[in-house]
Design a protein around this ligand. Structure first.
Ligand code: NAG
Length: 188
C-alpha cells in the first residue's frame, strides 16, 4: 500500500515535469490556444519510438474520447483496446476478401493472413485485459508482434496480391499502441 502510494506520487511528479517541460516547448503565444491534453503531451514524447506527434494523435483519435483520458493508465488502456478492435475489423475484412478472392494465389494469401489475425486477436485481448488490470509486462511484446509478425508478415505474403487497406492501418495502430504502452510502462 505504502509502496503503491509512493510510486503513484512519483508518477504524478514525473507527469508534472513532463507537462511543465512540454508547456515550455509549446508555450509560445501562437500555440496558446492549441489543445493541451495528456494525449498531446505523450505524443510529443514518443520521438525515440519513431512516432511523429501528429501521427500518434491522429491514429489514437479515431476514438473521439482520445483527449479526455484522465491519466496514463487510461491512455495505455485506450491504445490497447483500439488495437483489439482494429485487429477484429481487419480480420473481418480479410475474411471478406477471402470469400471474394478470384484466383488461387489470392485465396492462399488471404487464408494465411487470416490465420495470422485469428491467432493475434486473443493475444491482443489478453494484452487489453492486462493493461486494464495495470499489468504491462509482456504487453509491448504482444503489440510489437502484431505489427511485425502479423501486419508486416501479411504484406510480405501478399506480394502483388492486393490486401484490404485495413492491414496497413492496423500496422500503424499496433505500432503507435506499442510506443504508448511502453512509454507508460517505463515512465508512468
Ligand atoms: C484502425 O486504425 C487505423 C489507424 O488509426 C485507422 O486509420 C483505421 O480507421 C482503424 N480502423 C478501424 C476499423 O477502426
Amino acid at each position: 500500500m505504502v509502496v503503491g502510494t509512493s510510486s503513484s506520487m512519483l508518477g504524478r511528479a514525473f507527469l508534472l515535469l513532463v507537462l511543465s517541460s512540454a508547456t515550455e516547448v509549446h508555450g509560445g503565444p501562437s500555440s496558446s490556444a492549441a489543445p493541451c491534453s495528456l494525449l498531446d503531451y505523450i505524443c510529443i514524447r514518443l520521438g525515440p519510438w519513431y512516432v511523429l506527434p501528429n501521427v500518434c494523435v491522429s491514429t489514437l483519435c479515431i476514438d473521439p474520447s482520445c483527449r479526455s483520458a484522465p491519466g496514463l493508465p487510461e491512455l495505455a488502456m485506450m491504445a490497447t483496446r483500439l488495437t483489439v478492435s482494429n485487429a477484429t475489423v481487419t480480420k473481418a475484412s480479410i475474411q471478406h476478401a477471402l470469400a471474394h478472392a478470384k484466383d488461387g494465389k489470392a485465396r492462399k494469401v488471404m487464408r494465411s493472413c487470416l490465420q495470422l489475425y485469428t491467432g493475434a486477436v486473443p493475444r491482443l485481448q489478453w494484452a487489453a485485459r492486462s493493461v486494464a488490470a495495470g499489468r504491462y509486462s509482456g504487453v509491448p511484446e504482444v503489440l510489437e508482434a502484431a505489427y511485425e509478425h502479423v501486419a508486416s508478415e501479411c504484406t510480405d505474403l501478399a506480394g502483388k496480391v492486393a490486401l484490404p487497406k485495413e492491414n496497413d492501418e492496423f500496422y500503424m495502430m499496433a505500432y503507435v499502441a506499442k510506443a504508448v504502452v511502453e512509454w507508460v510502462q517505463l515512465f508512468g
